[in-house]
Design a protein around this ligand. Structure first.
Ligand code: PLP
Length: 372
């Protein structure tokens, strides 16, 4: 059996696999509504919101597009791009309205002055990624929302790899719309996206949203505890079980586990003589759910990831786009623990030590993991 250590899809908890092996039920019946209600309530907790949550059968990107398309009745939207998913937000938004792309080199931190400037120049909304999975940076959500509020602008946040794994307080921070995907920190298979929406967001409603992703249709069905179209029923079984697991673990413990696992990887990397990829400033921090590490000079992506795969059956991620071969990424999302992290680091260490690229630092990671 292999080990999947990428930033989504994640390795599944046995209970979640089993939850899906059940007969279908009608999606207009009471049994489905019960599951639906449990899922919505659980997700609200993870988003940190008292407002509504809509669940779409589609990957995370369907949630990003539903959020932007449904609430894009603005003259101009500021989109923050300091990684692959920020770039995706910009490209989605440009289909619906004018975009002011606030671009930073991938791996660099956001400068808040540039965001303020965009509002000064007439942006009426902002979309950004909280945890930029492609570079391993946690962007300053609270600070961005605070600036947006000064200009009374709408705030849309991609929380796809933070919700359920790190602290997200949508209402408290002043986020109007937030998105999560099932296959990341929630620990589910891919195929569901959820969008949390407060009342204010509806002032920005755009009726030109694509039919399937028009959140008004989802809103209309909430009183019936249903989705507008046939949902991916087995994935709802999985989500229900995943949320039960989260409830049993406790959100605080879960966040601590995600933080400690990623800290262990960072400490290992630094001790081993590797360099972390993100360039932080006073507002940003390292991601607590995925760690991006610079590839050593004399090692190729194939040598590292290929060998890990063929000799150990362990899958980690490489860099995306121009970062291919320049970085590697290890996800610490969902329901994994110490064993998976130690195993992965031991294997990565073995492969890199054969190339004389690092020194052993496993003990340093194990020391950190004692916090759990
Ligand atoms: C994975 C991810 C997405 C996209 O999700 P898909 O499920 O691949 O559509 C969007 N944003 C972030 C930050 C992600 O990590």
């Amino acid at each position: 059996m292999g080990l999947l250590m990428i930033p989504g899809p994640v390795q599944l908890h046995e209970r979640i696999i089993k939850a899906m092996c059940r007969q279908m039920i009608g999606h207009r019946g009471k049994e489905f509504s019960k599951i639906f209600e449990y899922c919505i309530d659980g997700l609200k907790e993870l988003f940190g919101t008292k407002h509504e949550v809509y669940i779409i059968s589609g990957s995370g990107t369907s949630g990003m597009e539903a959020a932007i398309a449904s609430f894009s009745n603005v003259k101009r939207i500021a989109c923050v791009d300091n990684g692959k998913f920020g770039d995706r937000l910009c490209r989605i938004a440009s289909k619906y309205t004018e975009v002011d792309e606030i671009r930073f080199e991938w791996g660099k931190s956001i400068e808040l002055e540039r965001i303020e400037e965009s509002f000064e120049n007439g942006s009426e909304a902002i979309a950004f990624v909280h945890n930029e999975t492609s570079t391993g940076i946690l962007n300053p959500a609270k600070e961005i929302a605070k600036i947006a509020k000064k200009y009374d602008a709408l705030v849309i946040m991609d929380g796809i790899t933070s919700v359920g794994g790190d602290v997200v307080k949508m209402d408290e921070w002043g986020i109007d719309v937030a998105i999560v995907g099932s296959q990341k920190c929630l620990g589910c298979p891919p195929g569901l996206a959820a969008v949390a929406v407060n009342e204010r967001a509806w002032d920005y409603y755009n009726e030109k949203a694509p039919f399937y992703l028009d959140l008004k249709a989802y809103k209309k069905k909430v009183p019936d505890l249903q989705t507008p179209y046939t949902p991916a029923v087995p994935l709802f079984y999985a989500l229900e079980e995943a949320l039960k697991i989260i409830e049993e673990e406790g959100l605080e413990n879960r966040i601590k586990r995600h933080r400690t696992l990623s800290k262990a990887i960072r400490v290992w990397a630094t001790e081993a003589g590797l360099e972390l990829f993100p360039q932080l400033n006073e507002y940003s921090s390292y991601s607590n759910t995925v760690t991006a590490i610079k590839m050593p000079e004399n090692v190729t992506d194939k040598e590292l990831r290929g060998t890990l795969q063929s000799e150990y059956g362990i899958t980690i991620s490489g860099g995306q786009e121009h970062l291919k071969g320049k970085i590697f990424r290890i996800g610490t999302m969902g329901n994994i623990g110490k064993a998976e992290v130690v195993t992965t680091l031991a294997a990565v260490e073995d492969v890199l030590m054969r190339k004389n690229a690092i020194k052993s630092a496993l003990h340093a990671a194990i020391e950190v993991l004692k916090e759990l």
